[in-house]
Design a protein around this ligand. Structure first.
Ligand code: NAD
Length: 295
C-alpha cells in the first residue's frame, strides 16, 4: 500500500525544461545568442545512441542548437582530443558532452579534462568537481542536481536533515553528497564496504540510493516519513514477459513507509537531461558575462 507522496521527475523535468526555454528566449532577445550543445558519441553502443537522440531532441525543443559528432569506435585518442580542442574554440558551442563509456583504449579522465571547464556541462571535469567541493560556482553533474531538485520538491528546506547517500561514484554519489552538504544536511556516504548498511539507512531523513544494485534498499530500512530518492535504473523482465524498469529501492515496500519517494521510471531519470540543458544555459549566460538566470 503506497502511503508516500510520489515525487514526479517527469513533471519536474517539464518545469525545468520550460524554465530553460524561457532563459533561452530571454538570451536571444538580450544578446541575439543561441546556446549550443555539442554531443560527441564514440562507437555505436545502443543505449548511448538512445541517450544521444533524446538529448538532441530535447535540446532543440528548448530552442538551443544541437551539434552531434559521431566517431568510429576505433578512433584514436589524439583524434578525439583534436575534436574537443576544436569545440573548445568554437564560439557557437557553449556546452560539450562526451557520451560515456568510451572504448577501453581511450583514457576517460584525459578526455573529460581536455574540455574547457566552462563548457563541461556534464560537470565531470576535475576543476568543476573541485569548485563544487570548495563551494565555488561550478557546472555540477546533472543527475546529482536532479536528485536535489526532487528532494526539495518534498521539503523545500533540507537543512539539518540526516542524509545517507548510498554510492560513492564520481558521477553520482560524491557530487550528491557535496550538494547535500551545501543544503546543510548531515551527510553520510555509504558504499560497498560499509558495515550494517540497513542500520545506517534507518537513521536517514533523506536517502539517495545510487549503488547500482537492483531493489537493494528494503522497506524496513526506511525511517518512517523519510524522503527517498532512487537513482538506480535496472531493466527487468516482468511476469507477463514484458520488459520494465526498477530502481535500487524495493519501491512498494519503501513507499508504504517513506514520506516521499521517487518512482522508477519517471523519477530521477528524466531529470538528468533537463539538468544538462540547464547547465548549457548557465554556461551560455556565463560566457556572455551575464549573471546566472533564476531557473
Ligand atoms: P557505480 O557502479 O559507478 O557506483 C556504484 C557505487 O555504489 C559504488 O561507489 C559502490 O561502492 C556502491 N555500491 C555498490 N554495491 C553496493 C552495496 N551492495 N552496498 C552499498 N554500496 C554499494 O554506479 P553509478 O554510475 O554511480 O550509478 C549508480 C546507479 O545509478 C546505477 O544503477 C546507474 O544505472 C544509475 N544512474 C542513473 C542515472 C539517471 O539518470 N537516473 C544516471 C547515472 C547513474
Amino acid at each position: 500500500m503506497t502511503k508516500a507522496e510520489i515525487i514526479s521527475g517527469t513533471e519536474t523535468a517539464k518545469e525545468v525544461r520550460a524554465a530553460v526555454a524561457g532563459g533561452v528566449a530571454a538570451l536571444k532577445e538580450a544578446k541575439n545568442v543561441t546556446p549550443g550543445l555539442a554531443v560527441v558519441l564514440v562507437g555505436a553502443d545502443p543505449a548511448s545512441e538512445v541517450y544521444v537522440k533524446n538529448k538532441a531532441r530535447q535540446t532543440v525543443e528548448v530552442g538551443m542548437n544541437s551539434y552531434e559528432h559521431r566517431l568510429d569506435e576505433t578512433v584514436s585518442e589524439v583524434t578525439l582530443l583534436t575534436l574537443i580542442d576544436q569545440l573548445n574554440r568554437d564560439e557557437t558551442v557553449h556546452g560539450i558532452l562526451v557520451q560515456l563509456p568510451l572504448p577501453a583504449h581511450i583514457d576517460d579522465h584525459k578526455v573529460i579534462n581536455a574540455i574547457l571547464p566552462e563548457k563541461d556541462v556534464d560537470g565531470f571535469h576535475a576543476i568543476n568537481a573541485g569548485r563544487l567541493a570548495t563551494g565555488q560556482s561550478a557546472l555540477v553533474a546533472c543527475t546529482p542536481v536532479g536528485c536535489v531538485i526532487l528532494a526539495k520538491k518534498a521539503k523545500s528546506d533540507l537543512s539539518g536533515l540526516d542524509a545517507v547517500v548510498i554510492g560513492r561514484s564520481n558521477i553520482v554519489g560524491k557530487p550528491v553528497a557535496q550538494l547535500l552538504l551545501q543544503e546543510n544536511c548531515t551527510v553520510t556516504i555509504a558504499h560497498s564496504r560499509s558495515k550494517n548498511l540497513p542500520d545506517i539507512v534507518r537513521r536517514a531523513d533523506l536517502v539517495v540510493a545510487a549503488a547500482g544494485q537492483k531493489e537493494m534498499v528494503k522497506g524496513d530500512w526506511i525511517k518512517p516519513g523519510a524522503i527517498v530518492i532512487d537513482v538506480g535504473i535496472h531493466r527487468i523482465t516482468k511476469e507477463n514477459g514484458k520488459s520494465g524498469l526498477v530502481g535500487d529501492v524495493a519501491f512498494d515496500e519503501a513507499a508504504a513507509i517513506a514520506g516521499a519517494i521517487t518512482p522508477v521510471p519517471g523519477g530521477v531519470g528524466p531529470m538528468t537531461i533537463a539538468c544538462l540543458l540547464r547547465n548549457t544555459l548557465l554556461a551560455c549566460y556565463r560566457a556572455n558575462g551575464l549573471a546566472d538566470p533564476v531557473i
